[in-house]
Design a protein around this ligand. Structure first.
Ligand SMILES: [Zn+2]
Length: 179
């Protein structure tokens, strides 16, 4: 649901709340340097760029992050295939929006945040869980899935590896994933 709302520019960003007179500060809580709009959060904000840049590398995509609308266009043009990397791109793109918006909300409503590396780790953990899910990754054969999981685990910190296996606590519901 969050992804769908973001795609349509309907998230309650601080720029929108400011325009309605609800809040007095429209600065981005992730970087503190710009106004918090959809285009800024996904993916112009330095915090988001750092996260999404590593996600692109995880997908073996060698290009810089693009603004949200351009990422959607790119995904529609390149991510429709049933290839392994097409599947990974869909999953990691949906998870990135989910966890970046979640990090933004944690900072505002819970007064706690984590560095961008922590958000990236959550995204990778989610990707790992999805790849281990037979239903989600039905297009991937077992040997490919195993190879991908090994690759992801190698890049995880040691203390996160144990959490990655079987942890579904922070997974976006299937209905929220990018199709
Ligand atoms: Zn920012």
């Amino acid at each position: 649901m969050i992804q769908w709302i973001a795609f349509h520019g309907k998230l309650l960003t601080r720029v929108r709340l400011f325009s309605w007179g609800i809040i007095a500060d429209k600065s981005c809580v992730l970087c503190g340097g710009s106004e918090e709009s959809h285009d800024h959060i996904f993916f112009v904000c330095p915090f988001s760029i750092a996260v999404w840049n590593l996600c692109l590398l995880k997908c073996s995509i060698s290009r810089p992050p693009l603004p949200l609308r351009d990422e959607i266009s790119w995904g529609l043009a390149n991510g429709r295939s049933k290839s392994v990397y097409g599947l990974i791109f869909k999953l990691i793109f949906a998870a990135s929006i989910y966890f970046l918006w979640g990090e933004r909300n944690n900072r505002i409503f819970k007064a706690k945040g984590m560095p961008w590396q922590g958000v990236f780790d959550l995204i990778v953990e989610n990707l790992h869980a999805c790849l281990c899910d037979q239903e989600t990754s039905a297009a991937v054969d077992d040997s490919t899935r195993e190879a991908l999981c090994q690759r992801i685990e190698i890049q995880l910190r040691c203390d996160l590896r144990a959490m990655a296996i079987g942890s579904h606590a922070q997974r976006p519901p299937q209905s929220q994933q990018f199709n």
